[in-house]
Design a protein around this ligand. Structure first.
Ligand SMILES: CC(C)(COP(=O)(O)OP(=O)(O)OC[C@H]1O[C@@H](n2cnc3c(N)ncnc32)[C@H](O)[C@@H]1OP(=O)(O)O)[C@@H](O)C(=O)NCCC(=O)NCCS
Length: 182
């Protein structure tokens, strides 16, 4: 599983050592506002780490912890993963392999508005295009999530409309490899 670097971040494939930092983030209402609308318990975040580890094994890509190198803190989490249409994940993750790849991000509020989501997003896009041979990546957000829309814009993504992903109608943005290379 690849550890990636940016100027300020080390991207570490999620494991149990990230539980405290992830729980601090996922239990903050302002973080979850446009994701599920509900904060996560520590047990739910632990279960998420276990699911993510299955995704890494199945696809060779999933969520990383975004560790701020200066402080050593878990600043957030970022993903390159296969999208799904349904609200819940199928038992057989292989089924999702034919779905497009998405980029995802979330940060603890202590780390907002410092350009870190954009920094992680650029590195994850490079991973998708260079290491996974993706020809296009998507990103989806709640229509009111302006902060996430800005990260998508800064990455050069194009808004392509409301689409059904994760059982919801979500604003969907795309970036092709050719656009990325320009
Ligand atoms: C979305 C999120 C990851 C953005 O992280 P960030 O590190 O603050 O973003 P960046 O610093 O890279 O900023 C990107 C742009 O968004 C702008 N921005 C950041 N937060 C904003 C906000 N709350 N409202 C409006 N614009 C915002 C920045 O000013 C910057 O704009 P610029 O391009 O004009 O310079 C962060 O707000 C977050 O974790 N939110 C909660 C979780 C979430 O919703 N994740 C996304 C799910 S789709």
């Amino acid at each position: 599983m690849p550890v990636l670097f940016t100027a300020r971040l080390r991207l570490e494939p999620l494991d149990e050592s990230h539980l405290d930092g992830l729980h601090a983030m996922n239990s903050a209402p302002e973080v979850m506002r446009y994701i599920s609308g509900e904060v996560e318990t520590r047990a739910q975040t632990a279960a998420m780490i276990a699911r993510v580890q299955l995704c890494w094994a199945a696809w060779g890509t999933s969520w990383w912890a975004l560790v701020e190198m200066q402080s050593g803190r878990v600043a957030g989490a970022g993903a390159v993963q296969h999208l799904r249409r349904e609200a819940t994940a199928p038992a057989d993750l292989e089924i999702l392999r034919s779905n497009p790849l998405e980029l995802g991000w979330r940060l603890h509020p202590d780390f907002w508005r410092q350009g870190l989501a954009s920094e992680a997003a650029r590195r994850m896009a490079a991973f998708a295009f260079d290491n996974l041979a993706a020809v296009e990546v998507l990103a989806v957000r709640h229509a009111d999530n302006v902060a996430s829309a800005r990260v998508m814009d800064r990455l050069g993504m194009r808004f392509r409309g409301l689409e059904r992903w994760y059982g919801k109608s979500l604003a969907t943005h795309s970036l092709t490899k050719a656009e990325w290379q320009r």
